[in-house]
Ligand binder design. Structure first.
Ligand code: SF4
Length: 246
């Protein structure tokens, strides 16, 4: 039966390999309440931007690739922007995916009101939770928003015992200090549903999007951390993970 629910998306990626297990069909939703200074999807902020699509259109496209991602242990990842801003659309999409036996992952900053997300979370197999900082002031400096809502969301999905992969962007001078990593490690260690921690090295590849929108990119001269720094951060951030997940 035709479904009329529509949402606004920024883009699609048919063979993603870094946003969840296996090969993923990735839907980047439009709209984000955060203002990350290193945002690599600067063009996704405006909820009225992007293009409108129906759940049916996405499903038709997705099912063409199902064989490839199913064989790799993959599935669908809905990212952004912030996907929970369009919870009704993502809920319907995930519901349809689950009916077709497709693994679902939600890539979120966690800056979401938990009331009203129960149905979406009931169709979510994995949450990729982007932890930007765990210090309130520094988080505000990097993202423009505070931590309270994110902490509520994290506790909520922990109570529901939904598997989580933490993703931490290592930004020199902003998130890579010993104190930053220790504090984030203690936060991560509080939750028993966290399966692993991924560290994503900062890169400036999103700058061209800021330039094309005529917006100033603050981190122009920042270099990416090297492999050793990424490894070190991953060890520290994983150091309090609860033993069943080590
Ligand atoms: S949460 Fe993601 S999309 Fe939103 S501003 Fe931050 S990096 Fe950009």
């Amino acid at each position: 039966m035709e479904n009329k629910i529509t949402g606004r998306i920024n883009s699609l990626e048919t063979f993603g390999t870094v946003d969840g297990p296996g090969i993923r069909f990735i839907v980047f939703m439009q709209g984000c309440p955060l203002r990350c200074i290193y945002c690599h999807n600067r063009d996704s902020w405006d909820i009225n931007g992007g293009r409108e699509v129906s759940v049916d259109e996405i499903m038709t496209d997705l099912l063409k690739y199902k064989e490839y991602f199913m064989r790799s242990g993959g599935g669908i990842t809905v990212s952004g922007g912030e996907p929970t801003l369009q919870a009704e659309f993502v809920t319907e999409l995930f519901k349809r995916c689950k009916a077709s036996g497709i693994h679902t992952a939600l890539d979120t900053s966690g800056f979401a009101e938990v009331s009203g997300l129960d149905e979406l979370l009931s169709y979510t197999d994995l949450i990729l939770l982007d932890v930007k900082q765990t210090d309130e002031m520094k988080h505000r400096e990097i993202t423009g928003v505070g931590l309270e809502k994110i902490h509520r969301f994290t506790e909520y999905i922990s109570k529901k015992n939904i598997p989580v992969w933490i993703r931490y962007v290592l930004v020199p001078g902003y998130t890579d200090g010993m104190e930053d990593l220790d504090k984030a490690a203690s936060f991560i260690g509080k939750f028993k549903n966290i399966e692993k921690v991924e560290v994503l090295p900062y890169h400036g590849m999103g700058q061209c999007k800021w330039d094309s929108l005529g917006k100033e990119y603050q981190l122009k001269d920042l270099t990416s951390p090297d492999d050793q720094e990424v490894k070190r951060a991953k060890i520290i951030l994983s150091s309090h993970l609860q033993p069943t997940h080590l």
